[in-house]
Structures are given as structure tokens and as C-alpha cells.
Design a protein around this ligand. Structure first.
Ligand code: HEC
Length: 216
């Protein structure tokens, strides 16, 4: 009896295996092997969005292209054009024409001071006297020992009482807002440009604070 049960189990096991192999053969032989079957697609609208793709043809435009080039002279939203070139003439011109559009307020001055300390003081010094930390003798000590660091050439003092002159002529304390703006935008000699670090509004705020230093 016991043997019989084992024999039965063996037989039904074999039958199950045979059935599974047969079923797999039938299923896998469906289709002609050339065509890929289209089944349910997930989120069809991801492939065919309602809006035009940039590379799609577009009957709405004369040239039938979706990605249109902007008309000549157009500027991105929020972009402020700077009309002056990086030349001495345009530095002088900016100095005559540009006017700080911001209202002289405590808030603007405070922002300007914070920006000056963050971006300019490292060379110009906290009070604009041209004695920033990287213009002073410094040394580092690490695994390679103690070494003196090279000093950055000190900028002339911005303060009136120091009577320092700009390398482009005139007293530093008499530099007009436009000249300072031009300097922030393009840099000058060993001073790099700060146009990409500061937004136009921030440049005017820092100029407001430089004006305070010029009065000292
Ligand atoms: C890496 C050091 C450095 C930093 C940072 C720096 N400056 Fe200068 N700046 C100089 C030097 C050096 C000069 C003098 C350049 C010359 O006349 O050859 C100078 C000159 C100037 C002048 C006088 C330009 C002229 O026409 O003579 C102004 C104004 C000025 N900097 C403003 C700023 C402001 C504002 C900042 C911060 C946004 C700033 N600088 C950041 C080094 C620096």
C-alpha cells in the first residue's frame, strides 16, 4: 500500500512536469517571432504630451518648427542688461550717467555692509582701508611644515582721510557710483569681476556702503 502511494506520487509529479513543459512551449510559441506585441502601456500621455515637444513639427508657426529662436534683442525675464563695455571710455561714461536706483535706507545699507564684508573686505579691509587679511603677512602650518603665504597687492584705501588715488585717476573717495558699479561688473587689474556673484540690486547696495566708507 505504502509503495503504491509513492508510485502514485511519482506518476502525478511526472505528469505535472510534463504539463508545465507543454504549457510553456505553447505559450512561448505564440506570435510570429518578428512582431513585438503591444500590451497595456503605462501613462500613455507621458509619450504623447498635449504640449508640443521642442523637436516636433508645428503647424502654428510659419517655419513649422516648435523651438523658435527668440527675436533679436530680446532678453530673458529678470535679466538686466549692462550697456557699458569694458573700456576706460565706458568706465568714465558709466561714472557720469549711472544713478543708484535704490532708496538710501537702513535696510539697504545693512545689506550692503554684509555684502561688502562677504565679498570685498578680504582685500579692501573691513573699513575699506585696503588692509584686508590677504594683503597682510600670513603663514600656514601643516604636515609640510610652516610656510609664508604670498601677499595680495593691497588696493588703495576708499576712505577720504587717507587721500588715496585710483590707478585710473582721481581720489578713491571721489569715485562716482557708476565707476564703482563698472568696477564691480568687470573688475580692474588684479581685482576680479563680481557680476556673477552679485545681482544688480546687491551691487547697488554694496555701493551704498562703499559711499559710507568714502566719507570716513
Ligand atoms: C581679490 C581682492 C579684491 C576683492 C575681493 C575686491 N577688490 Fe576691489 N580692488 C582690488 C584691487 C587690488 C584694486 C586696485 C586695482 C588697481 O587699481 O589696479 C581694487 C580696486 C577697487 C576699486 C577702485 C576702482 C578704480 O577705478 O580705481 C573699487 C571701487 C573696488 N575695488 C571695489 C570693490 C568692491 C565693491 C568689491 C566687492 C564686491 C571689491 N572691490 C572686491 C582688490 C579686490
Amino acid at each position: 500500500m505504502k509503495e503504491n502511494i509513492l508510485a502514485m506520487n511519482k506518476r502525478s509529479f511526472l505528469a505535472t512536469v510534463c504539463f508545465a513543459v507543454a504549457a510553456a512551449t505553447v505559450v512561448s510559441s505564440c506570435g510570429d517571432g518578428k512582431r513585438r506585441e503591444q500590451r497595456m502601456e503605462f501613462a500613455r500621455n507621458m509619450y504623447d504630451p498635449v504640449a508640443y515637444n521642442p523637436d516636433q513639427p508645428n503647424a502654428n508657426f510659419k517655419n513649422k518648427i516648435t523651438a523658435q529662436t527668440p527675436p533679436e534683442g530680446s532678453t530673458p525675464i529678470g535679466f538686466e542688461k549692462f550697456e557699458y563695455e569694458n573700456t576706460t571710455e565706458d568706465y568714465e561714461l558709466a561714472g557720469e550717467e549711472m544713478v543708484n536706483p535704490l532708496e538710501l535706507s537702513e535696510a539697504n545699507l545693512q545689506k550692503g555692509e554684509a555684502l561688502f564684508q562677504a565679498y570685498c573686505a578680504v582685500c579692501h579691509g573691513a573699513d575699506g582701508k585696503g588692509d584686508g587679511p590677504i594683503t597682510q603677512d600670513r603663514s600656514v602650518e601643516d604636515s609640510r611644515g610652516k610656510r609664508d603665504l604670498e601677499n595680495f597687492p593691497p588696493p588703495p584705501s576708499l576712505q577720504k582721510s587717507d587721500k588715496a588715488s585710483s590707478s585710473r585717476g582721481g581720489l578713491m573717495s571721489e569715485l562716482t557710483d557708476g565707476k564703482i558699479y563698472h568696477t564691480i561688473y568687470y573688475g580692474h587689474n588684479s581685482m576680479g569681476p563680481y557680476a556673477s556673484q552679485m545681482k544688480p540690486e546687491e551691487r547697488w547696495q554694496v555701493i551704498m556702503y562703499v559711499n559710507e566708507l568714502q566719507e570716513k
